[in-house]
Design a binder for this molecule. Structure first.
Ligand SMILES: *Cc1c(COP(=O)(O)O)cnc(C)c1O
Length: 374
Protein backbone atom coordinates (compact mmCIF):
# COMPACT_ATOMS: atom_id res chain seq x y z
CA UNK A 1 0.00 0.00 0.00
CA UNK A 2 1.12 3.54 -0.73
CA UNK A 3 2.01 5.46 2.43
CA UNK A 4 0.71 9.01 2.66
CA UNK A 5 4.06 10.70 3.17
CA UNK A 6 3.01 13.99 1.61
CA UNK A 7 -0.07 14.56 3.71
CA UNK A 8 -0.26 16.06 7.15
CA UNK A 9 -1.62 13.01 9.00
CA UNK A 10 0.52 10.65 11.06
CA UNK A 11 0.77 8.14 13.81
CA UNK A 12 3.40 9.53 16.13
CA UNK A 13 5.26 6.80 17.99
CA UNK A 14 7.05 7.81 21.16
CA UNK A 15 10.11 5.56 21.32
CA UNK A 16 11.01 6.58 24.85
CA UNK A 17 7.60 5.38 26.08
CA UNK A 18 8.18 1.92 24.60
CA UNK A 19 11.68 1.83 26.04
CA UNK A 20 10.42 2.75 29.53
CA UNK A 21 7.57 0.24 29.41
CA UNK A 22 9.88 -2.63 28.50
CA UNK A 23 12.56 -1.51 30.94
CA UNK A 24 10.03 -1.31 33.78
CA UNK A 25 8.70 -4.75 32.90
CA UNK A 26 12.23 -6.11 32.82
CA UNK A 27 12.92 -4.68 36.27
CA UNK A 28 9.77 -6.33 37.59
CA UNK A 29 10.48 -9.79 36.19
CA UNK A 30 12.21 -12.36 38.33
CA UNK A 31 15.78 -13.35 37.75
CA UNK A 32 15.88 -16.16 35.21
CA UNK A 33 12.58 -15.15 33.59
CA UNK A 34 12.67 -14.19 29.93
CA UNK A 35 10.74 -11.24 28.55
CA UNK A 36 9.51 -11.81 25.00
CA UNK A 37 7.94 -8.70 23.48
CA UNK A 38 4.91 -9.47 21.30
CA UNK A 39 5.26 -7.88 17.86
CA UNK A 40 2.34 -9.41 15.98
CA UNK A 41 0.27 -7.26 13.62
CA UNK A 42 3.20 -4.94 12.89
CA UNK A 43 3.91 -4.40 16.58
CA UNK A 44 0.25 -3.67 17.36
CA UNK A 45 0.37 -1.05 14.60
CA UNK A 46 3.50 0.66 15.99
CA UNK A 47 5.97 -0.86 13.49
CA UNK A 48 7.41 -4.30 14.33
CA UNK A 49 11.01 -3.59 13.34
CA UNK A 50 11.20 -0.24 15.12
CA UNK A 51 9.63 -1.67 18.29
CA UNK A 52 11.95 -4.69 18.18
CA UNK A 53 14.98 -2.36 18.10
CA UNK A 54 13.77 -0.40 21.10
CA UNK A 55 12.67 -3.51 23.01
CA UNK A 56 16.06 -5.11 22.45
CA UNK A 57 17.82 -2.07 23.94
CA UNK A 58 15.42 -2.04 26.88
CA UNK A 59 16.18 -5.65 27.80
CA UNK A 60 13.69 -7.85 25.91
CA UNK A 61 15.21 -11.31 25.45
CA UNK A 62 12.98 -12.60 22.64
CA UNK A 63 9.94 -11.91 20.49
CA UNK A 64 6.54 -13.43 19.80
CA UNK A 65 4.55 -13.00 16.61
CA UNK A 66 1.37 -14.54 15.21
CA UNK A 67 2.52 -15.53 11.71
CA UNK A 68 5.62 -17.16 10.29
CA UNK A 69 5.86 -14.23 7.85
CA UNK A 70 6.08 -11.83 10.78
CA UNK A 71 8.90 -13.91 12.27
CA UNK A 72 10.74 -13.88 8.94
CA UNK A 73 10.40 -10.10 8.74
CA UNK A 74 12.34 -9.87 12.03
CA UNK A 75 14.97 -12.42 10.99
CA UNK A 76 15.46 -10.66 7.66
CA UNK A 77 15.97 -7.40 9.54
CA UNK A 78 18.83 -9.07 11.41
CA UNK A 79 17.33 -9.89 14.82
CA UNK A 80 18.95 -12.98 16.36
CA UNK A 81 16.83 -13.34 19.50
CA UNK A 82 14.52 -16.34 19.93
CA UNK A 83 11.24 -15.84 18.07
CA UNK A 84 8.07 -17.81 18.76
CA UNK A 85 5.15 -17.95 16.33
CA UNK A 86 2.01 -18.10 18.49
CA UNK A 87 -0.39 -19.12 15.73
CA UNK A 88 -0.45 -22.45 13.92
CA UNK A 89 1.86 -22.63 10.94
CA UNK A 90 1.06 -25.00 8.11
CA UNK A 91 3.37 -28.05 8.57
CA UNK A 92 4.34 -27.58 4.93
CA UNK A 93 6.44 -24.58 6.06
CA UNK A 94 8.13 -26.25 9.03
CA UNK A 95 11.53 -26.36 7.29
CA UNK A 96 11.42 -22.61 6.65
CA UNK A 97 10.93 -22.02 10.36
CA UNK A 98 13.70 -24.47 11.26
CA UNK A 99 16.14 -22.92 8.78
CA UNK A 100 15.57 -19.47 10.28
CA UNK A 101 15.67 -20.71 13.87
CA UNK A 102 12.04 -19.75 14.45
CA UNK A 103 10.07 -21.66 17.08
CA UNK A 104 6.58 -22.88 16.23
CA UNK A 105 3.44 -23.51 18.27
CA UNK A 106 1.97 -27.01 18.12
CA UNK A 107 -1.58 -27.97 18.95
CA UNK A 108 -1.86 -31.57 17.77
CA UNK A 109 0.03 -34.82 17.31
CA UNK A 110 -0.96 -34.92 13.63
CA UNK A 111 0.87 -31.62 13.15
CA UNK A 112 4.05 -33.14 14.58
CA UNK A 113 3.81 -36.10 12.22
CA UNK A 114 3.12 -33.98 9.13
CA UNK A 115 5.88 -31.52 9.95
CA UNK A 116 8.34 -34.39 10.47
CA UNK A 117 7.70 -35.56 6.90
CA UNK A 118 8.45 -32.06 5.52
CA UNK A 119 11.52 -31.70 7.72
CA UNK A 120 12.95 -35.02 6.58
CA UNK A 121 12.44 -34.03 2.94
CA UNK A 122 14.83 -31.08 3.42
CA UNK A 123 17.47 -32.57 5.72
CA UNK A 124 19.38 -30.27 8.04
CA UNK A 125 21.72 -30.43 11.02
CA UNK A 126 19.41 -28.19 13.02
CA UNK A 127 16.19 -29.12 14.78
CA UNK A 128 12.86 -27.36 14.62
CA UNK A 129 12.02 -25.89 18.03
CA UNK A 130 8.42 -26.43 19.05
CA UNK A 131 6.23 -25.18 21.89
CA UNK A 132 3.23 -27.27 22.86
CA UNK A 133 0.12 -25.19 23.47
CA UNK A 134 -2.19 -26.25 26.30
CA UNK A 135 -5.86 -25.36 26.12
CA UNK A 136 -6.72 -24.84 29.77
CA UNK A 137 -9.91 -22.90 29.03
CA UNK A 138 -9.23 -20.36 26.29
CA UNK A 139 -10.77 -22.74 23.74
CA UNK A 140 -8.60 -21.55 20.88
CA UNK A 141 -5.51 -23.74 20.46
CA UNK A 142 -3.82 -26.51 22.34
CA UNK A 143 -4.07 -29.90 23.96
CA UNK A 144 -7.00 -30.22 26.33
CA UNK A 145 -6.38 -33.61 27.93
CA UNK A 146 -3.50 -35.19 29.78
CA UNK A 147 -3.55 -38.38 27.68
CA UNK A 148 -3.35 -36.53 24.33
CA UNK A 149 -0.56 -34.35 25.74
CA UNK A 150 1.30 -37.41 26.93
CA UNK A 151 0.96 -39.01 23.49
CA UNK A 152 2.21 -35.84 21.79
CA UNK A 153 5.27 -35.67 24.04
CA UNK A 154 5.99 -39.30 23.19
CA UNK A 155 5.75 -38.58 19.45
CA UNK A 156 7.92 -35.50 19.91
CA UNK A 157 10.53 -37.56 21.77
CA UNK A 158 10.51 -40.16 19.00
CA UNK A 159 11.06 -37.37 16.47
CA UNK A 160 14.06 -35.91 18.29
CA UNK A 161 16.17 -36.25 15.16
CA UNK A 162 14.12 -33.44 13.55
CA UNK A 163 12.46 -31.54 16.41
CA UNK A 164 13.25 -30.19 19.82
CA UNK A 165 10.68 -29.83 22.62
CA UNK A 166 11.63 -26.27 23.50
CA UNK A 167 8.56 -24.98 25.30
CA UNK A 168 5.10 -25.52 26.70
CA UNK A 169 2.53 -22.84 27.40
CA UNK A 170 -1.02 -21.79 28.01
CA UNK A 171 -3.01 -18.60 27.54
CA UNK A 172 -5.47 -17.13 30.03
CA UNK A 173 -8.84 -15.83 28.88
CA UNK A 174 -9.59 -13.61 31.89
CA UNK A 175 -6.25 -12.46 33.32
CA UNK A 176 -7.45 -8.88 32.78
CA UNK A 177 -10.60 -9.34 34.88
CA UNK A 178 -11.00 -8.32 38.53
CA UNK A 179 -12.75 -11.67 39.06
CA UNK A 180 -10.17 -14.46 39.48
CA UNK A 181 -12.45 -17.51 39.39
CA UNK A 182 -11.94 -18.51 35.77
CA UNK A 183 -8.27 -17.63 35.95
CA UNK A 184 -7.83 -19.99 38.89
CA UNK A 185 -9.79 -22.70 37.08
CA UNK A 186 -7.41 -22.40 34.10
CA UNK A 187 -4.39 -22.36 36.38
CA UNK A 188 -5.57 -25.59 38.05
CA UNK A 189 -6.00 -27.17 34.62
CA UNK A 190 -2.52 -26.05 33.68
CA UNK A 191 -1.00 -27.66 36.74
CA UNK A 192 -2.93 -30.88 36.10
CA UNK A 193 -1.67 -31.02 32.51
CA UNK A 194 1.88 -30.18 33.56
CA UNK A 195 1.82 -33.16 35.90
CA UNK A 196 2.27 -35.47 32.89
CA UNK A 197 5.29 -33.53 31.62
CA UNK A 198 8.17 -35.62 32.96
CA UNK A 199 10.92 -33.28 31.84
CA UNK A 200 10.12 -29.56 31.71
CA UNK A 201 11.32 -27.94 28.49
CA UNK A 202 13.48 -24.80 28.42
CA UNK A 203 10.49 -22.44 28.35
CA UNK A 204 7.33 -22.84 30.39
CA UNK A 205 5.14 -19.80 29.87
CA UNK A 206 1.69 -18.68 30.93
CA UNK A 207 1.84 -14.88 31.09
CA UNK A 208 0.52 -12.29 28.68
CA UNK A 209 0.68 -8.66 29.84
CA UNK A 210 -2.31 -8.98 32.16
CA UNK A 211 -1.01 -12.14 33.82
CA UNK A 212 2.41 -10.56 34.33
CA UNK A 213 0.86 -7.43 35.87
CA UNK A 214 -1.78 -8.95 38.12
CA UNK A 215 -0.90 -12.61 38.71
CA UNK A 216 2.74 -12.41 39.63
CA UNK A 217 2.71 -15.62 41.57
CA UNK A 218 2.17 -17.58 38.38
CA UNK A 219 4.70 -20.15 37.54
CA UNK A 220 6.67 -20.00 34.31
CA UNK A 221 9.98 -18.59 33.13
CA UNK A 222 8.95 -16.47 30.15
CA UNK A 223 6.50 -13.59 29.68
CA UNK A 224 4.74 -12.82 26.43
CA UNK A 225 4.59 -9.08 26.88
CA UNK A 226 2.17 -7.51 24.39
CA UNK A 227 -0.17 -4.58 24.94
CA UNK A 228 1.72 -3.16 27.94
CA UNK A 229 4.80 -2.70 25.72
CA UNK A 230 2.73 -0.09 23.93
CA UNK A 231 1.68 1.53 27.19
CA UNK A 232 -1.92 0.38 27.27
CA UNK A 233 -3.69 -1.27 30.19
CA UNK A 234 -4.83 -4.77 29.15
CA UNK A 235 -8.02 -4.39 31.17
CA UNK A 236 -8.96 -1.08 29.55
CA UNK A 237 -10.21 0.76 32.59
CA UNK A 238 -11.42 -2.24 34.65
CA UNK A 239 -8.29 -2.58 36.81
CA UNK A 240 -6.59 0.74 37.37
CA UNK A 241 -3.90 -0.43 39.77
CA UNK A 242 -0.62 -1.32 38.08
CA UNK A 243 2.65 -2.48 39.69
CA UNK A 244 4.55 0.11 37.64
CA UNK A 245 3.74 3.00 35.32
CA UNK A 246 3.16 2.38 31.64
CA UNK A 247 3.12 5.17 29.05
CA UNK A 248 1.01 5.10 25.86
CA UNK A 249 3.36 5.28 22.89
CA UNK A 250 1.01 6.08 20.03
CA UNK A 251 -0.80 9.24 19.08
CA UNK A 252 -2.70 10.13 15.93
CA UNK A 253 -2.54 13.65 14.59
CA UNK A 254 -3.56 15.42 11.40
CA UNK A 255 -3.59 19.00 10.19
CA UNK A 256 -6.79 20.76 9.14
CA UNK A 257 -6.94 20.87 5.34
CA UNK A 258 -9.95 23.16 5.04
CA UNK A 259 -11.99 25.46 7.27
CA UNK A 260 -15.20 27.26 6.37
CA UNK A 261 -18.27 28.91 7.82
CA UNK A 262 -21.40 26.86 7.19
CA UNK A 263 -24.75 28.60 7.28
CA UNK A 264 -27.47 27.43 9.64
CA UNK A 265 -29.54 24.66 8.03
CA UNK A 266 -26.79 23.30 5.72
CA UNK A 267 -25.86 19.64 6.19
CA UNK A 268 -22.51 17.91 6.38
CA UNK A 269 -21.25 14.66 4.83
CA UNK A 270 -22.75 11.55 3.20
CA UNK A 271 -26.36 10.98 4.08
CA UNK A 272 -26.63 14.60 5.30
CA UNK A 273 -26.78 13.21 8.85
CA UNK A 274 -25.71 16.45 10.53
CA UNK A 275 -27.33 19.84 10.04
CA UNK A 276 -25.78 23.06 11.33
CA UNK A 277 -27.91 24.44 14.17
CA UNK A 278 -26.39 27.86 13.65
CA UNK A 279 -23.76 29.43 11.47
CA UNK A 280 -20.87 27.09 12.34
CA UNK A 281 -17.15 26.81 11.66
CA UNK A 282 -16.49 23.41 10.13
CA UNK A 283 -13.02 21.94 9.63
CA UNK A 284 -12.02 19.04 7.39
CA UNK A 285 -9.46 16.51 8.65
CA UNK A 286 -7.54 14.41 6.09
CA UNK A 287 -8.01 10.91 7.54
CA UNK A 288 -10.91 8.50 7.22
CA UNK A 289 -12.00 4.93 7.55
CA UNK A 290 -9.41 3.77 5.01
CA UNK A 291 -6.82 4.91 7.55
CA UNK A 292 -8.51 3.09 10.44
CA UNK A 293 -10.67 5.94 11.73
CA UNK A 294 -13.96 4.04 11.79
CA UNK A 295 -17.22 5.40 10.48
CA UNK A 296 -18.73 4.65 13.90
CA UNK A 297 -16.60 7.50 15.29
CA UNK A 298 -19.21 10.03 14.16
CA UNK A 299 -20.08 12.15 17.22
CA UNK A 300 -16.79 11.46 19.02
CA UNK A 301 -14.85 14.59 20.02
CA UNK A 302 -11.27 15.19 18.92
CA UNK A 303 -8.99 17.96 20.17
CA UNK A 304 -7.98 21.20 18.47
CA UNK A 305 -6.00 23.77 20.40
CA UNK A 306 -6.90 22.02 23.69
CA UNK A 307 -10.64 22.13 22.95
CA UNK A 308 -13.16 19.35 22.28
CA UNK A 309 -14.48 19.35 18.72
CA UNK A 310 -17.14 16.82 17.74
CA UNK A 311 -16.93 14.83 14.51
CA UNK A 312 -19.98 16.00 12.54
CA UNK A 313 -21.51 13.99 9.74
CA UNK A 314 -20.28 10.62 8.66
CA UNK A 315 -16.59 9.77 8.56
CA UNK A 316 -15.65 9.39 4.87
CA UNK A 317 -13.01 7.08 3.40
CA UNK A 318 -10.27 9.73 3.45
CA UNK A 319 -11.62 12.64 5.48
CA UNK A 320 -13.95 13.67 8.25
CA UNK A 321 -15.42 16.95 9.38
CA UNK A 322 -15.41 18.55 12.82
CA UNK A 323 -17.22 21.46 14.39
CA UNK A 324 -14.76 24.15 15.49
CA UNK A 325 -15.36 26.85 18.11
CA UNK A 326 -13.92 29.46 15.71
CA UNK A 327 -11.95 29.74 12.50
CA UNK A 328 -8.56 28.01 12.49
CA UNK A 329 -5.75 28.22 9.98
CA UNK A 330 -4.88 25.60 7.40
CA UNK A 331 -2.62 23.00 9.01
CA UNK A 332 -3.80 23.54 12.60
CA UNK A 333 -3.12 20.24 14.45
CA UNK A 334 -6.05 17.96 15.23
CA UNK A 335 -5.45 15.28 17.86
CA UNK A 336 -7.47 12.09 17.49
CA UNK A 337 -5.37 10.16 20.03
CA UNK A 338 -2.90 11.97 22.26
CA UNK A 339 -2.49 15.24 24.18
CA UNK A 340 -3.63 18.74 23.26
CA UNK A 341 -3.35 21.52 25.81
CA UNK A 342 -4.28 20.03 29.18
CA UNK A 343 -6.57 17.43 27.63
CA UNK A 344 -5.94 13.91 26.39
CA UNK A 345 -7.66 11.28 24.26
CA UNK A 346 -6.52 7.71 24.89
CA UNK A 347 -6.90 4.65 22.69
CA UNK A 348 -9.19 3.41 25.48
CA UNK A 349 -11.45 6.48 25.06
CA UNK A 350 -11.77 5.71 21.35
CA UNK A 351 -12.30 2.01 22.10
CA UNK A 352 -15.00 2.74 24.65
CA UNK A 353 -16.87 4.97 22.18
CA UNK A 354 -16.70 2.24 19.54
CA UNK A 355 -17.67 -0.54 21.95
CA UNK A 356 -14.35 -2.35 21.57
CA UNK A 357 -10.90 -2.60 23.17
CA UNK A 358 -7.77 -0.52 22.63
CA UNK A 359 -6.09 -3.49 20.89
CA UNK A 360 -8.53 -3.30 17.99
CA UNK A 361 -8.18 0.48 17.68
CA UNK A 362 -4.37 0.49 17.45
CA UNK A 363 -4.19 -2.55 15.15
CA UNK A 364 -6.79 -0.98 12.89
CA UNK A 365 -4.66 1.93 11.69
CA UNK A 366 -3.80 1.13 8.10
CA UNK A 367 -0.45 1.23 6.36
CA UNK A 368 -1.57 4.31 4.47
CA UNK A 369 -0.92 6.35 7.61
CA UNK A 370 2.73 7.27 7.93
CA UNK A 371 4.45 6.40 11.20
CA UNK A 372 6.64 9.12 12.63
CA UNK A 373 9.11 8.06 15.33
CA UNK A 374 10.03 10.63 17.93
C1 LIG B 1 -1.36 -11.76 21.61
C2 LIG B 1 -0.92 -12.77 22.61
C3 LIG B 1 -0.22 -12.38 23.75
C4 LIG B 1 -0.03 -10.94 24.13
O1 LIG B 1 -1.16 -10.50 24.83
P1 LIG B 1 -1.25 -9.05 25.49
O2 LIG B 1 -2.57 -9.04 26.13
O3 LIG B 1 -1.16 -8.07 24.38
O4 LIG B 1 -0.10 -8.95 26.43
C5 LIG B 1 0.26 -13.37 24.56
N1 LIG B 1 0.05 -14.67 24.29
C6 LIG B 1 -0.64 -15.08 23.21
C7 LIG B 1 -0.84 -16.54 22.98
C8 LIG B 1 -1.15 -14.15 22.34
O5 LIG B 1 -1.85 -14.55 21.28
Amino acid sequence: MVVGTLRNAQLVINQQAIFENVKNARQHTDEGTDLFVVLKANGYGHGAIQVARIAEKAGATGFCVALLDEALELRNAGFNEPILVLGITDPEFAAIARDHNISLTVSSTEWLKSAAITLKQVPSETLLNVHLALDTGMGRLGFQYADELKAAIQVLTDLNDVMNFEGIFTHFATADSPDDDYFNYQYDNFNKLMAVVAKRPKYVHVANSATSLWHKACDGNMIRFGIATYGLNPSGTDITQLPYKIHPALSLQAGLIYVKLVKKGRSIGYGATYTAQDDEWIGTVPVGYADGVPRKLQGFSVLVDGQWCPIVGRVCMDQFMIKLPKSYEYGTPVTIIGHSGDKQITADDVAKYLGTISYEVICGFSDRLKRKYV
